[in-house]
Design a protein around this ligand. Sequence first.
Ligand code: NAP
Length: 283
Amino acid sequence: MKQIYAIGIGLIGGSLAKDIKRHDSEVVVHGISRKDATLNEALSLNLIDKKATLDDISKADLVIVSIPVDATVKLLPTILDKIPETALVIDAGSTKEAICKAVENHPKRRNFLAMHPIAGTEFSGPSAAIDNLFVGKTNIICEVEKTAFKLQEKALKLFEAIGMRIRYMNPVAHDKHIAYVSHLSHISSFMLGKTVIEKEKNERDIFDMAGSGFASTVRLAKSSPEMWTPIFKQNKANVIETLEEYINNLIHFKTFMEQDDFEAVFNEMRETNHIKDILNGIN
Ligand code: NAP
C-alpha cells in the first residue's frame, strides 16, 4: 500500500498518516482537503508528502477518509466511483450506520472498510496530529464481511502495525453503544462548561479556582462543534435516549438533596464508584 491518499488531515487523518509513514518509509502520503491552507500546514508538519485532488485517487492503493461524518456520507460514493478496482477505502467516522448505508448498494462496496478508532483528543486540525495516538486503542470495525477478504487482510495488517486492538460490531449496535460512552460524555462536558461560564462571567475567576477535577471534566468542551454537530445529528435518536436517562439521574440526585436524603446521595456515589473496576486498564 504505497500510494496513500488521506482525505481530511486533521487530528485523526494526520495522526494516521504520521504513524503509517513511520512504520513504512516507502509509502507516499497524498493529502486532500477543502482548504489549501490545511494542505500547506500538513505539508509543513510533514504529515503528507504531496498535495492532491479527488481525481488523483484513481492511482490510490489506500484512501483514508477522516472528515466530518456528514461530509463522509456525501463523499463516500464518489470516492468509491473514482478508485481503482484494487484499492482499499477506510473511514474513521464516529458514527457508522449512515455511512455504511450510504454505500450499501455501491458496486465497489467490497473495497470499503468501515472503522471507528476509539482514540482522540479535544484538539483538531493538522497541528493536533500526534505520534502513536492509536497504540493500545480499540478500533471498531463494522460489517467486515462486506469487505473483500484480501482488503480486510491488508487493513488488519495496517491496524496491527500502528498498535490497534480490533473489535467487530454491527453499525446499529456501534451507534447505540457509542452514544453512551462518547457522545453523552461530550454533551455533559459542553453543558457543564456552559453552566459554569454563564454563572461566572469573569473567566479569570473560573481559571483561578479551577482544580484538576474541573479541568478534566470540561476537557471535552474544547472539542470542535464542526465535527460534533454532524455526529449528534446522525445519531439523534440514540443521543436523545441517553440524554433522557442522564437527565433523570440528575433530577433524582437533585431531589435527594432537596429532601435532605444524604444517605441516598451517599449511596448514589458509592454505587457509581464501581466505575473504577469497569475502567480498570483503560487509559
Ligand atoms: P479535524 O481535526 O477537525 O479534521 C477534519 C478534516 O476534515 C480537516 O482536514 C478539514 O479540512 C476537513 N473538513 C472539515 N469539514 C469538511 C467538510 N465539510 N468536507 C470535507 N472536508 C472537511 O477532525 P478529526 O478529529 O480528525 O475527525 C475526523 C473524523 O474522525 C470525523 O469523522 C470524526 O467523527 C472521526 N473521529 C474523531 C475522533 C476525535 O476524537 N476527534 C475520534 C475518532 C474518530 P479543511 O479545514 O481543509 O476543510
